[in-house]
Design a protein around this ligand. Structure first.
Ligand code: NAD
Ligand code: MG
Length: 397
């Protein structure tokens, strides 16, 4: 039996994780489940999976959960400290890091520092703290297994010798020329660019292939998601700018590829269903059934590829530039984007203003060296305040 904490259990990744665990009751024992404010769904999951601990975001939510779980022997905690506690507890072997946004960084790092096997869905953690995150993992010996479908695909296409060196592998030593990060282009890939400005949150969240949380769905529509993934790939696979490329592939059948020096290209394929990469990380190095339908090649009529259009996806280029500019730039970009996406989802700003907010915040944030998590958190906080100001000005136009 392997013991697991699921951070962000009520979210899209959290629920998919529990769906795979549900299929393997002999293999996994749930130690802790966490959620921010969705008390009722969390209570349902607690009744089914009987964790030792449940964590919510506030004292109020904890009280509500207590009432729903009367008679159960589940310890109920709340707040950020409690998240780090359940991800570093000695009883735990695996931690699924599936909180959305920079809020996931502290508990994910706590798991890393405690040497856990970290199933990393929370890409923002790596975008915000890159080098430091990788250094923490190296120091503690924590194993990082990428859950994000593209990074999971790349990981699967790398040789075992490289898989054992997440964060520090030298790609060329393993015969790798390039990593090809694929992306569908999102729901607005074919929309006339002039119509982007008037797209609603509902339209942006209506992804053609994947069903995901609202924040990442908007990120997919702006393709900043691919930008965050580019930064994520840079750290996980220790890439140089020449070794990392983005390819648009609308069908989402190929989840990413690795191009080798002898001309071979390895691709991982499958249905666009997160239970596949989740099951891969839960079972690694063994394979587990996931409940995902096998890919039926008689139904895959074509596979198309193209280059992303910079005019349609300005956020993507911002992210690529930030990636090579330095840590402070990616931390600020992530924070600005979280504020801008929340403002878009609240209908305070339009779709194309997400890129404007990110751009203005970056222009006003000087790049600087960062050497500690506290400095990163301060930078994150400053960028959020700046982004909130910019949101107010663009919203008034
Ligand atoms: P979601 O919005 O569906 O779920 C987020 C979870 O985090 C919920 O359980 C929520 O209660 C919790 N949460 C939110 N804010 C919190 C806070 N401040 N403190 C503590 N908990 C908080 O998000 P999701 O789509 O499941 O995505 C989770 C992460 O996985 C994101 O980083 C996303 O980029 C990444 N990811 C998601 C997918 C996908 O298919 N959904 C694919 C790849 C990567
Ligand atoms: Mg992805």
């Amino acid at each position: 039996m392997r013991s697991i904490t699921v951070l962000g259990a009520t979210g899209s990744i959290g629920q998919n994780t529990l769906d795979v665990i549900r299929q393997h009751p002999q293999r996994f024992q749930v130690f802790a489940l966490t959620a921010m404010s969705q008390v009722e769904p969390l209570a349902q999951l607690c009744l089914e999976f009987k964790p030792q601990v449940a964590v919510v975001g506030s004292a109020e939510a904890a009280k509500q959960l207590q009432a729903l779980l009367q008679g159960q022997t589940i310890e109920i905690l709340y707040g950020p400290e409690a998240l780090s506690q359940v991800s570093s507890a000695s009883e735990v072997e695996l931690v699924m890091a599936a909180i959305v946004g920079a809020a996931g960084l502290a508990p994910t790092l706590a798991a890393v520092d405690a040497g856990k096997t970290v199933l990393l869905a929370n890409k923002e953690a790596l975008v915000v703290s890159g080098q430091l995150f990788i250094e923490h993992a190296r120091n503690s010996g924590a194993q990082i297994l990428p859950v994000d479908s593209e990074h999971n695909a790349i990981f699967q296409c790398l040789p075992e010798s490289a898989q054992q060196q997440v964060g520090s592998m030298q790609l060329a030593e393993h015969g790798v020329n390039n990593i090809l990060l694929t992306g569908s282009g999102g729901p607005f890939r074919e929309l006339p660019v002039e119509q982007l400005a008037r797209q609603t949150p509902e339209a942006a969240c209506n992804h053609p292939n994947w069903s995901m949380g609202r924040k990442i769905s908007v990120d997919s529509a702006t393709m900043l998601n691919k930008g965050l993934e580019y930064i994520e790939a840079r750290w996980l696979f220790n890439c140089s700018p020449e070794q990392l490329k983005i390819v648009i592939h609308p069908q989402s059948v190929i989840h990413s590829m690795v191009q080798y020096t002898d001309g071979s290209v390895l691709a991982q394929m499958g249905q666009p269903d997160m239970r596949t990469p989740i099951a891969h990380t839960l079972g690694f190095p063994q394979r587990l059934s996931s409940g995902v339908e096998p890919l039926d090649f008689s139904k895959v009529s074509e596979l198309n590829f193209s280059q992303p259009d910079a005019k349609r996806y300005p956020c993507l280029q911002l992210a690529i530039d930030c990636c090579w500019e330095g840590q402070s730039a990616t931390t600020s970009l992530n924070a600005a984007n979280e504020v801008a996406v929340a403002a878009f989802l609240n209908q305070q700003i339009g779709f194309t203003q997400i890129a404007e907010v990110c751009d203005q915040v970056l222009q006003r944030s000087a790049t600087q060296p960062v050497s500690s998590i506290n400095e990163l958190m301060e930078l994150d906080n400053n960028a959020r305040q700046l982004a909130a100001q910019v949101v107010r000005t663009v919203a008034n136009v």
